[in-house]
Design a protein around this ligand. Structure first.
Ligand code: NAD
Length: 404
């Protein structure tokens, strides 16, 4: 009997478990560990933060996809992985987990690049609890305005105009009228500002498409301060520098941090050869020093054949890595050998939503704008849900209440 320990129930970890359960009926026991008892759609966090989608609609219980005859789910925090002893230590369990194969899918954290005050004074958006905290904060500020009449309470600043920042701005635009109602003001008094260091936003898209996206966001009354590098965050104040100009600042009741993410810091803490929480993996998605450890999702850096920069971390590539990992583990359990072919990846496309009905992006070599882009975005999102949760979760989106 082989023991497979999967750490993390995000896109990568959970799909690996789902596939292993389908492919191996005997001779294997799987242990899945996650700090939460639910899986969440990380690609939809911005909607939970804005309040345009309830948290229950972007989560489902892990138990829904677990086959208890093969898999044991443990809700706990991973503390240490010891690759030499092949053990995993959890915070709440005395006993160590032992594995034949370990799959690390420990996900991402917010990257502050050491900018002073960012951790203390800006709100990150990397998990459901943080997204809900952003929503609660915005609503509290809108309520405050009724007594303070301080326009700063109505100012929402997004720090970092990358993919996440742009999608969040779109969702906030959708929610603007509801915020205005709470504050008792007209929607155009709710200010949404993106502060972005670069002048060429969204480098994953062609210049023309990125410009379309940026203009789309601006046309929705979102202020964009590009070429503006944030240097410090004070309580209620963002300090930034535009080129060689003197420092400027903007007061805001809500400051949200979306300047990028890194892999889980546990990777470095456990001695893996990681940079910003990511390990450059082998062709078989394993750790270069430990062939029995798979590193997938946001803690992995996968080099494309041209070998210049790793693929960007997305839900799509995390799911593709899970496909490969499950195949490879099955092959090793059955034949003792790795899959013959190394991991390869071809993106289906990348689409950014700007609210519920607007989007832009590229899919299968075509640039998409407007409705086709929005439809493609929903197809990609539903595919992710289908691939981890199956039809049950796809049809039942919205059943799981986080607080119970
Ligand atoms: P990102 O790194 O793509 O964007 C961060 C942005 O913040 C950049 O534009 C950067 O210039 C800016 N920035 C950094 N430091 C700054 C500073 N001090 N002042 C001002 N601006 C600053 O990060 P992200 O948007 O969180 O995305 C992370 C990853 O997830 C990316 O690979 C992205 O492609 C991916 N993603 C994909 C999807 C999707 O496919 N639907 C959605 C969201 C994120």
């Amino acid at each position: 009997m082989k023991e497979v320990v999967v750490l993390g129930a995000g896109y990568a970890g959970l799909k690996t478990v789902v596939l292993l359960q389908k492919k191996l009926k005997n001779n294997v026991h799987i242990t899945l560990v996650d700090r939460n008892n639910y899986h969440y759609e990380a690609t939809d966090l911005h909607e939970a933060a804005a309040g345009t989608q309830s948290a229950s609609r972007i989560t489902y219980p892990i138990s829904d996809v677990i086959n208890p005859q093969i898999t044991t789910f443990i809700q706990d925090e991973v503390v240490k992985i010891d690759p030499d002893k092949k053990t995993v230590k959890l915070a709440g369990h005395e006993e160590l987990l032992h594995y034949d194969y370990c799959v690390l899918g420990l996900g991402f954290v917010s990257e502050t690049f050491g900018i002073p005050g960012a951790e203390e004074n800006a709100l990150p958006m990397t998990n459901v609890k943080e997204a809900l905290a952003i929503y609660d904060h915005i609503i509290a500020k809108m309520k405050d305005y009724r007594t303070t009449h301080n326009p700063d309470d109505l100012q929402i600043v997004i720090c970092g105009g990358g993919f996440t920042g742009i999608e969040l701005a779109g969702a906030l635009v959708d929610a603007r009228a509801s915020y205005a109602k709470i504050a008792g003001v007209s929607p155009d008094e709710i200010k949404i500002t993106l502060i972005e260091a670069s002048t060429r936003l969204l480098p994953m898209f062609s210049e023309k498409l990125a410009e379309y996206g940026v203009n789309l966001v601006k046309s929705l009354n979102v202020q964009l301060l590009d070429g503006s590098r944030i240097s410090k965050i004070e309580p209620g104040k963002v300090i930034y520098k535009h080129g060689d100009d003197d420092e400027e600042s903007l007061n805001a009741g809500t400051i949200i941090w979306t300047t990028g993410v890194s892999g889980n810091p546990l990777m470095e803490e456990c001695g893996f050869d990681a940079k910003r929480g990511r390990v450059i993996v082998t062709d078989h998605l394993t750790d270069p020093k430990h062939d029995d450890i798979y590193i997938i999702g946001d803690v992995a850096a996968v080099m494309p054949p041209d070998g210049k920069r790793p693929y960007p971390t997305t839900a799509q590539i995390a799911l593709a890595m899970a496909d490969y990992t499950a195949e490879d583990i099955v092959s090793r359990i059955k034949t003792g050998k790795h899959e013959a072919k190394p991991f390869t990846y071809k993106s289906l496309g990348t689409v950014a939503s700007v609210g519920n009905t607007r989007a832009f992006g590229e899919a299968m070599g075509h640039e998409l704008r407007g409705y086709p882009a929005s439809a493609m975005k929903k197809i990609i999102a539903d595919r992710s849900l289908l691939e981890t949760g199956g039809l049950k979760e796809l049809f039942a989106k919205g059943r799981f209440d986080l607080y119970h």
